[in-house]
Design a protein around this ligand. Structure first.
Ligand code: HEC
Ligand code: HEC
Length: 700
């Protein structure tokens, strides 16, 4: 793993260690496209950088390395046994202190805490060549089991922690893994910069990073060190380490089956379908597409998917509350897109001040959920196993969707990802879509369509809650601030609400005879929701900018059109919902007002299509091969098609539709040309037509 140049490099890097993450992620100053950005598809380095910076600011605010907090929990697929206990492991990496506090562990048994530095290139499942270190034993004080240790500041200079594990006393993590906590990619990016010990945390799989054979963190240093880059030599398509990571993550997302049933993340999250899938897309798939494994793999014929509801409505079976009783314990959910996984759509609402922990050890949050889960993923906001982070969601998805049999054991039914693969997949997902939330109020006067302007007014009208009148008050921004996933009452945080979508009568999937479609209790797996199903009944607020072209809507795909989704807020179901519906004085919109809000949602989606298409076409201009240009052109065409369809569906901006159609033609042609300079000419025409289309919608 270690190479000679690294020592020298470490010296250089020590000097600038503190500035590294900033330097490394500061992005390009010029507006010229960077050649190396071709080849990461819908991924974008800028998006990754923005996400990282938001994370870093938050991390520093909370104390940085003096207060690195890892959530501990039961981790689907990696934990042994099935524990509801959870807690926190807090590290002061500067002073070398650790404190662990876990709720919900049996007092009748002893428990040890281990730190693990996974061997590079190995599955995150524990193996004998992983560096495992027993930190000490937990001691019960009342309900809480705690351990305080001061291993000293030097320890964390050489020991690059990947996992914290609670085992039964006397067992090592290969034998027992009751609770697990993991670091995140951003933690690791940050810490590598802080310490100057870059080689140590080299967890990328050498076989996957040929020819340079270096770990992810070693390669990352090369971003700021031209000498080191020169040693790697050019890697096609993505020349800086981070771009390589995003590019590898993309390959993995769309191609890696993890030795499972043949599915990949891209089976359901299609790159040319906004990273989601709907019934229309499913109609065009061949019968042997791995999406349909339940139809042709006998071991998956029962209790794995519901092929009827999948084909009719694009619904996927999720054992959201665990794999016990799979015949009845499941819910049917639509596939959300994975765009704009911005920090504020992952961050849970903060704790109830002074609240005592729940019996399972979790901390009550102000929106009625708990932490952990530590990040809000999936429709319930509790999608990820274990500590509930986007990183762990990858493992949850493999265990849920990839198995060869319902035993769901690795190895055999699938394999676990390596730490490097988790890094890469996380990097790709954090690089997708929008970089920031909109500012709807600032955009309002610039919109050219009066109906859209009205839409903003209704969307941002708080009615009687803010002392005004309820007439024409959409109150949408209370929960979807600036059409994102964060909240007016909990800014920067992604709240859960029970809006009672489950309470709608005549949901399409309920009308199909003979198909079991259990009530979905949303967040959590404890208790019965007031609106039915296991959980507290709340769902996580989704982002809306990307909504109009990713229908059907809501967690159960119950509404087909965006107008219908806005009209949901007029329903008795919403206005009597135990969540916020009644609290905010209800919502009552006239038919024209519903259309105005929907027009707004259509137009902001189209502007995002335009931004994304522009980004892709910019990269056609610097593509290094026609194959690459074609790939980018196809993705741009998919975005432009969406823009046209979304405008057409609302009878909006006919001139823009025509210009989008021209841009589509240009993009398609650019992708078909072997000659690079002809490609550039055609791409420029596409960009010009995109500009004209955009000008029809909004003033610059
Ligand atoms: C068989 C279809 C299928 C496959 C394969 C699949 N997903 Fe998903 N994905 C879904 C569904 C359904 C949901 C909603 C889950 C929920 O609400 O709990 C989802 C949700 C997500 C989310 C949450 C998005 C958000 O906005 O909160 C992420 C992230 C995600 N998937 C990533 C992945 C990754 C990474 C893989 C591959 C390792 C993958 N998915 C494989 C169907 C799939
Ligand atoms: C009390 C909080 C709250 C308010 C107010 C609210 N929403 Fe929502 N919205 C949610 C939640 C939570 C979901 C997810 C519900 C589900 O899937 O069960 C959601 C989902 C949606 C969706 C579906 C998105 C998708 O991708 O499927 C749309 C569209 C939407 N809301 C639009 C609006 C509009 C327009 C308004 C104002 C008229 C509004 N919302 C007001 C909380 C709210």
């Amino acid at each position: 793993m270690k190479i000679k140049a690294l020592k020298l490099l470490t010296l250089v890097c020590l000097l600038i260690a503190c500035a590294l993450p900033v330097l490394f992620l500061s992005g390009r100053a010029s507006s010229e496209p960077d050649p190396s950005l071709a080849g990461i598809g819908l991924g974008s380095l800028e998006t990754f950088n923005t996400n990282y910076k938001a994370w870093e600011a938050e991390y520093l605010k909370k104390g940085g390395d003096q207060n690195m907090v890892l959530a501990m929990g039961w981790f689907k697929g990696l934990s042994t046994g099935n524990s509801y206990a959870s807690g926190l492991a807090k590290f002061n990496l500067v002073e070398g202190n650790v404190s662990v506090a876990i709720n919900g562990l049996s007092k009748d048994e002893g428990w040890d805490v281990w730190l693990v530095d996974s061997a590079a290139g190995r599955s995150i499942s524990l193996e004998s060549d992983d560096n495992m270190w027993r930190l000490g034993s937990l001691k019960h004080e009342g309900k809480v089991a705690t351990l305080i240790a001061s291993p000293g500041k030097d320890v964390f200079k050489t020991f690059d922690m990947d996992l914290v594990i609670v085992t039964k006393a006397g067992k090592n993590p290969i034998e027992d893994r009751t609770l697990i906590g993991t670091t995140s990619l951003f933690h690791r990016v940050y810490r590598s910069g802080q310490r100057g010990q870059f080689g140590v945390l080299a967890d990328a799989d050498p076989a996957r990073t040929e020819p340079d054979k270096r770990g992810f963190f070693q390669r990352m240093i090369d971003t700021i060190s031209p000498t080191a880059s020169a040693q790697i030599g050019p890697v096609p398509n993505a020349t800086t380490p981070l771009q390589q990571s995003i590019a590898r993550g993309r390959l993995s997302f769309f191609n890696e089956t993890f030795n499972g049933n043949g599915r990949t993340c891209g089976t359901c999250h299609r790159e040319n379908g906004n990273l989601t899938i709907d019934a229309e897309f499913i109609d065009d798939l061949p019968p042997n597409d791995p999406l349909f494994v339940a139809e042709f793999v006998p071991a998956l014929a029962n209790n794995f998917e519901n092929p009827v509801l999948m084909r009719k409505f694009g619904l996927i079976l999720e054992n959201a509350d665990g794999f016990d009783n799979p015949a009845s314990n499941f819910v049917m959910r639509g596939v959300p897109h994975t765009l704009a996984l911005l920090q504020n759509t992952l961050t849970p609402v903060g704790p109830v001040p002074g609240a005592t922990p729940n019996p399972d050890g979790s901390i009550p949050s102000q929106d009625g959920t708990t932490t952990p889960p530590n990040e809000r993923t999936g429709w319930g906001g509790d999608g990820a196993p274990g500590t509930g982070t986007l990183r762990e969601f990858i493992i949850g998805a493999i265990v849920q969707h990839y198995p060869k049999t319902l035993n769901r054991q690795a190895p055999g039914d699938f394999r676990m990802p390596t730490t490097g693969e988790l890094d890469d997949l996380e990097a790709f997902q954090k690089s997708l879509g929008r970089r920031a939330d909109l500012n709807l109020a600032a955009m309002q006067p610039k919109f050219k369509n009066e109906v859209v302007k009205k839409g903003v007014e209704i969307f941002n009208n708080g009615g009687s809650v803010l002392g005004g009148s309820d007439a024409g008050a959409g109150k949408c921004f209370f929960c979807h601030l600036n059409a994102g996933g964060s909240d007016f009452f909990f800014p920067g945080q992604n709240a859960n609400f029970n809006t009672n979508v489950e309470g709608l009568p005549a949901q399409p999937a309920d009308l199909v005879p003979g198909q079991l479609n259990p009530q979905d209790g949303g967040f959590g797996r404890n208790g019965i929701s007031p609106t039915g199903g296991f959980g507290n009944g709340s769902f996580n607020t989704p982002v809306l900018v990307e909504a109009a072209d990713t229908g059907p809507f809501f967690h159960n795909n119950s509404i087909e059109t965006i107008e219908g989704a806005v009209d949901f807020y007029n329903s008795t179901a919403f206005n009597t919902s135990p969540g916020f519906g009644a609290l905010i004085g209800g919502i009552k919109l006239e038919a024209t007002e519903v259309v105005a809000v929907a027009a707004l949602l259509r137009v902001i989606n189209v502007l995002e299509n335009e931004r994304s298409a522009r980004d892709l076409i910019d990269r056609i201009k610097i593509a290094t091969s026609q194959a690459q240009a074609k790939e980018l052109a196809d993705l741009a065409v998919a975005e432009i098609d969406d823009a046209i369809e979304v405008l057409e569906g609302g009878g909006l901006h006919r001139p823009a539709q025509k210009d989008f159609a021209k841009a589509r033609g240009n993009a398609q042609k650019a992708g078909s040309l072997a000659n690079a300079s002809q490609r550039i000419t055609e791409a420029n025409k596409a960009l010009a037509n995109l500009t004209t289309a955009k000008d029809d919608i909004i003033d610059p």
